[in-house]
Ligand binder design. Structure first.
Ligand SMILES: [Zn+2]
Length: 465
């Protein structure tokens, strides 16, 4: 049990004027845990996968919880977007400074009952883990954010900044609800995203290794390279064959390496990783962090698929199409090239590089339908770093807190694109291969729900006051 937070003068004032439910009082993470777990159980049971139209059901459920805790009707909004929805809840401050945004998503990746050991849409606790689709990505964290705002309401917390909770409804797929949220809520101090960053435990010992604040992510872009040839009967092959030419082009893309790049975030991240990773890889990271022009260090890092993306733009063939009949010469062949572009490098310049590399004037190189969302790295705000570090150290004193750049695409990219500095600060500490997010038998250490309640309460109390 942790000690209850002392009531400050603002909370005492709120005690007198509070119009919410019940008298304002401190409310510990331990006390809040049963309510959060009940919400999580209900949330996992709602199948918020693409196409099932269940995100609005979850949004309505969470909105009901917030209103029952004293949120005014006008401060809780469900925004329908196509067949999904976003949930917005505003916790009012005294109006000093712009709002602080809290981000997460309600949707989950599809899960088939027959593939899983347990029913993916029933929350199960076993051997210290919670199992269920979305427990790690990210219904537990979403519920923790909701519960944190409910605790603040009960405590009568009066921050300077408004806190605006923005839960999207299609982060895993089209991100249409995210775009809608970023369009409406970009006049903000900064955004804290519970869907990225977080702590890493040693795979064997379970000891905390480091905590990463995601402050940048790479730009995602798909290019289609397509070729045509006259075709004809396969018994009469000629010199021109679109499939042969495409194969040569793919070889050239495979052989091309984009130049090394770095920024303050990736250098700090590599410096910290270098201190924790044994052997030549860790040594190379340490050298690269000190001298980003060290070609030998770059070569060692680039040879590791987990880290090559930390020092370069990467482009890789992911899908292939060609021909129209087994007994006909191909009239068309194409390949999808998936690129993860370093912050600060333009999508156009990567396209230009691909055109040069493939060196075939007859090939078309086309950016695919979803427009890439370029996003610059967010500046490392000292107040955010300090508040997160204090909350991490309260649990694990002395653990390194380092900025990081992720290759995956989160909701944050739309907000960075709209000018809102965004930081991924998931509270959970997990082993590297622990969660199976998106995969089978998704799980989360059960300890991380209460830890999340403690973490978010500390971070927001510090940053919003
Ligand atoms: Zn997620």
């Amino acid at each position: 049990m942790r000690a209850a937070r002392a009531l400050g003068p603002a909370a005492v004032a709120a005690l007198i004027f509070c119009t919410g439910i019940g008298p304002a009082r401190a409310n510990t993470a331990t006390e809040a845990l049963p309510e959060a777990m009940a919400m999580l159980k209900h949330a996992v049971g709602i199948r918020t996968v693409e196409g099932e139209r269940q995100v609005p059901v979850l949004a309505a459920y969470l909105a009901g919880k917030l209103k029952a805790a004293g949120f005014a009707d006008g401060d809780v909004e469900i925004i329908p977007v196509d067949d999904t929805a976003a949930l917005v809840a505003r916790y009012r401050g005294t109006g000093g400074g712009r709002p602080i945004l809290l981000s997460g998503h309600m949707d989950v990746v599809a899960a088939k009952r027959e593939d899983w050991t347990r029913d993916p849409f029933t929350l199960v606790e076993e051997n210290g883990y919670l199992y269920g689709r979305g427990v790690a990505d990210m219904k537990a964290a979403a519920v923790v954010l909701v519960e944190t705002l409910i605790r603040f309401k009960r405590e009568g917390f009066t921050p300077r900044h408004d806190l605006i909770l923005l839960l999207s409804g299609d982060e895993e797929t089209a991100m249409a609800s995210t775009r809608e949220l970023a369009k409406r809520y970009h006049d903000a101090e900064f955004l804290l995203n519970a869907d990225a960053g977080g702590g890493t435990l040693d795979a064997e010992t379970g000891k905390p290794l480091l905590y990463q604040i995601q402050a940048a992510e790479k730009t995602y872009a798909d290019f289609q390279i397509a070729l045509t040839s006259p075709g004809g009967h396969s018994s009469e092959p000629g010199a021109d064959n679109a499939i042969y030419r495409l194969a040569r082009i793919i070889d050239r893309v495979a052989a091309h390496q984009f130049p090394t790049e770095s920024n303050e975030i990736t250098l700090a991240s590599l410096r910290a990783l270098g201190a924790h990773i044994p052997g030549p890889l860790g040594a190379a990271m340490t050298r690269f962090a000190a001298h980003p022009d060290d070609a030998a260090a770059a070569a060692t890092i680039s040879a590791d698929p987990a880290y090559v993306g930390q020092i370069r733009t990467t482009c890789v063939a992911t899908m292939l199409n060609g021909g129209h009949a087994v007994n006909a010469l191909p009239q068309r062949a194409s390949v999808n090239i998936n690129c993860r572009i370093f912050p600060g490098t333009s999508v156009d310049s990567v396209r230009d590089t691909l055109v040069k590399v493939i060196d075939d004037k007859s090939a078309s190189v086309t950016l695919q339908s979803t427009p890439p969302v370029a996003n610059a790295a967010s500046p490392l705000r000292p107040d955010v770093i300090a508040a997160v570090t204090a909350a991490v150290h309260q649990r694990f004193p002395g653990v390194d807190v380092v900025p990081s750049m992720s290759a995956g695409a989160t909701d944050s990219k739309h907000f960075r694109n709209a000018g809102v500095p965004s930081y991924g600060i998931d509270a959970a500490f997990i082993k590297p291969d622990d969660t199976f997010a998106h995969g089978l038998n998704e799980k989360l250490p059960a300890s991380e729900v209460e830890a999340g309640l403690e973490f978010w309460h500390r971070v927001l109390t510090q940053l919003a006051k």
